[in-house]
Design a protein around this ligand. Structure first.
Ligand code: B3K
Ligand code: ZN
Length: 860
């Protein structure tokens, strides 16, 4: 049966809750098949509501055993239940304040959706954001209802955890109290046979905090990096945002079965084990970097999300955009701002631009949804973070700091809105942000067209902005664009340092005078606004900027643009790469004054998906196989052109001594990996074979294995088998083993390889990490294989999505976005994809999550 007619929820319909919660007491009698949850909730009428309303409690899949109001059992005629909750009419309520008591039964063992209370590897754990708490007990499950929680857990499990501070415990029970009022989505409970990696932290004002990273027995030696990242994040938030931690204990728990990265539950963060566990032998540099970023992100939510939460789910970017911005700042401070900006922009373009330029485009603050879990998107998160960065550019560092101080003092303990957020900037800086606010409601990536002239020493930049129509929003208005610009003289000197131009009109010009010669502009430095820059530029000018720009982001950007120009010509005209790009690349790669991590990004070619979008934007129908072939040809050309440089560079980037995960060492390994990929084109994997045999860390072992698979000599298959023997016992490492084979399969074999791996005895498809590692890898890491002209890739992915949807709608719906770019392709491919999407939509019993996603992708 299909879910009861899915309802559209609209921002415009927001009304304050009729009843507020004073405090919550919960008792859990844990049992895999029949957990009992006993709740006592003190309600009081909300003065802001305007009259006493009905008591509406959300609840899904609960077996109600008893309920009472102020101790008097609720008579059957005095309330009604339906598939989404329970209502007690106003006239059956005792007064303006009363206590609700109830006992419900739930079955965590059967919960494969991983939302609410569920089991992962024998451990009880929870995931409540956005609306999972209603699967635990009856409650007003909305973020603007905040209350202190007391929790008692009864279970034979040795470790029993919940939010806040521990109160008391004994054999088979533990009690926790969280004094900070919080919405139900931040509730968490964990019960399991866990061990802790322990540490302590003393806050700036002297509060001692016990820190624990809880993991399965055997994993305790892989927690040190996450713990270290946590302590650095705690200190950083004190130093940069004056935010201190506010409880006696901070717990992190790693679980294997988790729908996303991690969750910021108050005082009890729950993490996908992939983003906690790391040792040099099992985790790559990228894993270490992500762990650092995600640990910090969840910790930073303690203030931006928990102390100040969202009034309703439309305001999600209030906590997510800001917290992403904060974690990006943190990682930049810990590592390199230039490299971090390149990584963030790569991500933004790969995920958010893709979303913003397709059928799933939506505003940073959406105005309606059917299933809120479908809106934890790159737009809300990453574009949301870009909006914070632009606000800061406009307000200046001091204005930003004043606004943030005001935000924390004015809204602490509240459930706030984007209006509240913008008001603190207006009050702190005296600016009118009326036009800026459009960024929150207008989806689509603006195109910024640029032309220029130079007369009598005056150089003028003419800008024109235009945002293409998006699904359901054809008309667009001009946005506020902070455009950071610097000017370089023909000899490479900077003649005008970075200035932020503020564009507010559809067309606007800005002049710079007193120049001796026509300068070369460096536009949109540090990617100062999330737009697509459109400007006729010569190859010479790009090469000049790659060599001379003082803005490291734009230096990289110039190389990137060169690579895209070359690849485009190779794809559309079967042209040769030509010397300009190759010479510039050689100069950059060999420039020892440049950070190795930066050089590694310089050597990385644009992804196949990036090229497909670039061609589509230029009005060319992309052929995934032609893109793949051209990219292979260019890689070979680069390898040949750089051949004299590669062996020396490879040797010089060795990191002697024991492995350290710091940015400097990681950068060297990253450049070495990029060089190895090129070398492999020339030596058929000889160096890679040596590296695979000698590697003492996962970064180098995996890089070598990927190269051996590319070389297609047979050594790759041997290495794969050796790798599986070495790591067969390790879930996280084996995820890499699955993914790598698909990512490196020749396009014509990719579907067969994926299909073969779904038959592997370790393909545990109910585990979201494993499902994504296999089914997600084909569309995301082997687009040419996924878009096989036979349609076999589309069929395979669809078959598996349908299978998973019946068990885990959230992960299924998320993965449906692999089809979001279908409108780019040729008629045959489009027809095949559309057929698969319709097959999904026509499936009996399809989840609300997937129904909404596929409907939107189809443009329904
Ligand atoms: N707030 C959570 C995400 C919850 C997703 C629910 N589908 C993690 C984060 O953004 O920090
Ligand atoms: Zn977050």
């Amino acid at each position: 049966m299909r879910d009861a007619a899915p309802q559209t929820i609209r921002l415009a319909d927001y009304t304050p809750p009729a009843w507020l919660v004073e405090k919550v007491d919960l008792t859990f009698r844990l049992d895999p098949e029949a957990t009992h949850v006993i709740s006592r909730i003190a309600f009081r009428a909300n003065p802001a509501h305007g009259g006493r309303g009905d008591l509406r409690l959300d609840g899904e899949g609960l077996r109600l055993i008893r309920a009472a109001l102020d101790g008097i059992p609720l008579a059957a005629g005095n309330f009604g239940t339906d598939s989404t909750g329970l209502t007690v009419p106003a006239e059956a309520l005792p007064g303006d304040a009363f206590t609700w008591e109830a006992e419900v039964e739930i079955a965590p063992a059967g919960n494969t959706a991983l939302e609410g209370l569920y089991l992962s590897g024998g451990m009880f754990c929870t995931q409540c954001e956005a609306e999972g708490f209603r699967k635990i007990t009856y409650y007003p499950d909305r973020p603007d209802v905040m209350a202190p929680f007391s929790v008692r857990i009864e279970s034979e499990m040795p470790v029993l955890l919940s939010n806040g501070n521990p109160v008391a415990s004994g054999a088979g029970w533990a009690e926790w109290h969280d004094p900070w009022p919080k919405p139900s989505y931040l509730f968490a409970l964990v019960a399991g046979d866990l061990v802790a990696h322990r540490d302590t932290f003393t806050t700036a004002s002297g509060r001692p905090v016990a820190l624990n990273v809880w993991v399965r027995r055997g994993d305790e030696d892989r927690c040190a990096y996450a713990m270290d990242a946590l302590k650095r994040a705690m200190r950083w938030d004190e130093q940069v945002y004056s935010r201190e931690y506010d409880l006696d204990v901070f717990n992190i728990v790693a679980v294997d079965d988790f729908n996303m990265g991690a969750m910021e539950n108050k005082g009890l963060n729950i993490f996908n084990s992939k983003y906690v566990l790391a040792s040099p032998e099992t985790a790559t540099d990228l894993d270490f970097e992500r762990i650092e970023g995600i640990v910090a992100h969840e910790y930073f939510h303690n203030w931006t999300g928990n102390r100040i939460t969202c009034r309703d789910w439309f305001q999600l970017c209030l906590k997510e955009g800001l917290t992403v911005y904060r974690d990006q700042q943190f990682s930049g401070d810990m590592r390199s701002h230039a490299v971090k900006r390149i990584e963030d922009v790569l991500q933004l373009r790969a995920r958010q631009f893709r979303e913003d330029n397709g059928p799933l485009a939506h505003p940073v603050r959406p105005e309606s949804y059917i299933e809120i879990n479908n809106f934890y998107t790159a737009t809300v998160y990453e574009k949301g973070a870009e909006l914070i960065g632009m606000l800061r550019r406009l307000a200046g560092d001091e204005g930003y700091a004043r606004a943030l101080d005001l935000y924390f003092s004015r809204h602490d303990g509240e459930a706030a809105t984007i209006e509240d957020w913008l008001k603190v900037f207006e009050d702190a800086t005296g600016r009118d942000l009326g036009q800026f606010k459009l960024w929150y409601s207008q989806p689509g990536t603006p195109r910024l067209h640029v032309s220029e002239d130079f007369k009598n020493g005056t150089y003028t930049l003419h800008f024109r902005q235009e945002t293409p129509p998006t699904a359901r929003q054809p008309e667009k208005r001009p946005l506020v664009l902070p455009i950071a610009v610097g000017l370089l003289a023909p000899d490479g000197r900077e003649v005008h340092p970075t200035t932020v131009l503020e564009m507010t009109e559809p067309e606007q010009s800005f002049s710079f005078d007193g120049l001796d010669a026509r300068p070369v502009p460096s536009l949109l430095r540090s990617f100062s606004a999330p737009v697509i820059l459109v400007r006729e530029t010569s190859t010479e000018e790009r090469a000049f900027l790659l060599a001379h720009d003082t803005d490291p982001f734009n230096r990289w950007e110039a190389g990137r643009a060169l690579a895209k120009d070359v690849l485009t010509r190779m794809i559309t005209d079967r042209a040769d790469p030509g010397p300009a790009y190759l010479d510039a690349l050689a100069a950059m790669a060999g420039d020892e004054s440049l950070d190795p991590a930066f050089r590694a990004y310089g050597l990385a070619l644009p992804s196949e998906d990036d090229m497909a979008q670039t061609l589509h934007d230029a009005g060319v129908v992309p052929d995934p196989l032609a893109i793949h072939a051209a990219r292979e040809r260019l890689t070979l050309a680069v390898a040949r052109h750089l051949s004299s440089l590669l062996p020396g560079l490879y040797a010089s980037m060795e990191t002697p001594g024991p492995f350290t995960p710091d940015a400097a060492a990681a950068g060297r390994r990253s450049l070495r990996g990029a060089v190895l990929r090129l070398l492999t084109r020339l030596d058929l994997g000889a160096v890679a074979e040596r590296q695979f045999a000698d590697a003492d860390n996962m970064t180098e072992q995996l890089a070598a294995l990927g190269c051996l698979l590319d070389a297609e000599t047979g050594a790759g298959q041997d290495a794969l088998a050796r790798f599986a023997r070495q790591w067969g016992h390790d879930r996280l490492v084996m995820d890499k083993w699955f993914t790598l084979q698909i990512a490196h399969a020749a396009p014509e074999r990719a579907v067969a390889v994926t299909d073969g791996l779904t038959g592997h005895r370790d393909f545990d498809w109910l585990n979201p990490n494993r499902f994504r590692a296999v089914i997600g890898a084909l569309p995301m890491l082997n687009p040419a294989g996924f878009h096989d002209p036979s349609g076999a890739g589309y069929r395979l992915v669809t078959d598996w999505l349908l299978r998973l949807d019946a068990r885990n709608p959230q992960t299924t719906a998320r993965l449906c976005s692999v089809f979001e770019t279908w409108g780019r392709y040729d008629t045959d491919r489009k027809a095949m994809i559309e057929g698969e999407l319709r097959r999904i939509l026509d499936t009996e019993g399809l989840s609300r999550d997937t129904t909404e996603m596929v409907g939107r992708i189809l443009g329904a």
